[in-house]
Design a protein around this ligand. Sequence first.
Ligand SMILES: O=C(O)CCC(=O)C(=O)O
Ligand SMILES: [Fe+2]
Length: 287
Amino acid sequence: MLTAAVLRLGSPVFFGVEMASEDVAVDDLKKAAEEVRDLGSTVLREAWPLEPLGTLRQAIEAFCDIRRRKILDGDTSPHARMYATHGIGTFGALVNAGLIHREVLPAMFRGGAFHRLCQAYWGGDDFYVAINRLGFRNHHPIQSDRSFIPYHQDSYTQDVRTPQVLNCWIPLDPGAGRDAPGLEVVRHPCRPDFPRKDFGLRSENAAYDNITIDRARIVEEYGEQFMAPEFEVGDGLVFSENVIHRTYVTEGMTRPRINFEFRVFSGAHLRPGVQIAELGPLVERVS
Ligand SMILES: O=C(O)CCC(=O)C(=O)O
Ligand SMILES: [Fe+2]
């Protein structure tokens, strides 16, 4: 296993208040961007201010509570049930439920480590998210293993108009990767459309069978190059669209964790011929 190049960056600017100095960071973030180019991923330490992460977590919890209650009350929407079982949802759903404002996204992004990493990685300052593609997950190892996601690539399900995406995976609970489930990435940018596992008539987890990649196949191609860091709240793991990753969970992990996936794309790197305006109202400019 490789150790991550770890960066300590201090708190970024939040809601117009400068919370820590930014000086050393520029060079470090160039290195971080190079690491993403070379190996597909990098760990950002103390990259997010805690206040908006708390706001986000509260909204997610409220959303999951409402969903649970609706299901108990006989809301039989198969979609809602499946999402509840797998502990997933999107930022867009939180907004629709009136639990959070879209403006939280640019406010937490601007001036922070991930923003500066995006600038170093793509150049320019023209960054967006699609609020229906910013996910959250709620994994409770004691209650169910249905939410655990096997090795996969996000590019399978990505909008083809935004082929390049950087995902900053952010734990919202303490202990991720230590006593709560974390995230494991393959330390390689990985090729698109990596061969998927053929289950035949068997199934490991029906919801994810069609995206599952076999570990042995990964090792064959990239060697034993996996990274599953331990996180503090405020840290993030950034990886590019083809990087193979999964929920990292071991037997000793008994605590639940909620996480948020902040997926950013660059307006200057859309599929040729595509204009940002045609991507629709779910797209939010974050810088
Ligand atoms: O949170 C997890 O366990 C998986 C996350 C994931 O697949 C993603 O962020 O794309
Ligand atoms: Fe994923």
